[in-house]
Design a protein around this ligand. Structure first.
Ligand code: C2E
Ligand code: MG
Ligand code: MG
Ligand code: MG
Length: 278
């Protein structure tokens, strides 16, 4: 295209930029139709209690399978969904679907698991966010205490006073809140004592290379100690080795999640994992 427009010499975009723009445009038009075409699904990654080794819940993770693009990873399409505002509709679908599935597991006698759902900044700042959450709980008949909303530090900080009030409303509603990717944002630690938070999820960048004599261990230890002091649970994301599990147990980390324990699973595999874990 740039060659045509540019004729000889004057090109407005490099071919590479052009391709990038076309790809983005194409992807955006696909994304707009993804919900109605049923191209989204959720997988569920088990969360375990380190003391008992048992699965106590899962994190719902969004998957987009497009007939032409194939499986597009969240890091590729979530930012686009945010830019285009599509994230609100998609996020609502995720909430409804995850609550419904979790309730189904409870009704099937698979235990009273919790379900964690990622919430994008834009979705959290939406004026009707609380009623969307309320609606997902009502439709699914899931008790609020089994739903955890995962927010990042930057999501909360975008508008701190407003965020605090929404988080308080969520708490009154009975849902739980986790801070996702904890340690990578810029939140002032002083906020932690004022915010109604249930769990700190230590970002996987601190866990991936966690070994006995690394500086990562100092950071992880500090977060766990702080969690105990503030009476919030601490969950380590991205656990990939047995050594990491053992270290985290020694450090009295409450919960863990990671490929070493379980990858994000389909419904069928999650149920299999549950039966094996109990
Ligand atoms: P996240 O919320 O921090 O989710 C954890 C990510 O780490 C998941 O990637 C998971 O597959 C991956 N992970 C888990 N254990 C390990 C491990 O041991 N090693 C490694 N290398 N990775 C591990 P995924 O599913 O690709 O999702 C990436 C991000 O996309 C999520 O990070 C979250 O920020 C976002 N996302 C996913 N689903 C949703 C959603 O429904 N709504 C929104 N707003 N964001 C979502
Ligand atoms: Mg998350
Ligand atoms: Mg995370
Ligand atoms: Mg993360």
């Amino acid at each position: 295209l740039s060659k045509q427009i540019g004729g000889n010499r004057i090109t407005f975009f490099s071919d590479e930029m052009n391709e990038h723009l076309i790809a983005r445009f194409e992807m955006e038009s696909y994304l707009r139709k993804a919900l109605q075409n049923n191209e989204f699904s959720l997988c569920y990654q088990p969360l375990i209690d380190l003391e008992s080794g048992k699965i106590f819940g899962s994190e719902a993770l969004l998957r987009w399978n497009h007939p032409k693009l194939g499986l597009v990873p969240p890091v590729k399409f979530i930012p686009l969904a945010e830019e285009t505002g599509l994230i609100n509709e998609i996020g609502k679908w995720v909430l409804n679907t995850a609550c419904m599935q979790n309730k189904r597991w409870q009704s099937q006698g698979l235990g009273h698991l919790t379900i964690s759902v990622n919430v994008a900044a834009q979705q959290f700042q939406e004026p009707n966010f609380l009623s969307i959450v309320q609606n997902a709980l009502q439709q699914s008949e899931l008790e609020a205490k089994y739903l955890t909303l995962e927010l990042t530090e930057s999501t909360m900080l975008e508008n701190i006073d407003y965020s605090i009030s929404v988080m308080k409303d969520l708490k009154n509603m009975g849902t739980k809140v986790s801070i996702d990717d904890f340690g990578t944002g810029y939140s002032s630690l002083s906020y932690l004592k004022d915010l109604p938070i249930n769990t700190l999820k230590i970002d996987r960048s601190f866990i991936n290379n966690l070994k006995i004599d690394t500086s990562d261990i100092a950071i992880v230890k500090a977060i766990i100690t702080m969690g105990h002091g503030l009476h919030v649970k601490v969950l380590a994301e991205g656990v990939e080795t047995k050594e990491q599990i053992d270290l985290l147990k020694q450090l009295k980390c409450h919960y863990a999640q990671g490929y070493y324990i379980h990858k994000p699973l389909t419904i069928v595999d999650f149920e299999k994992g549950l039966r094996e874990s109990s």
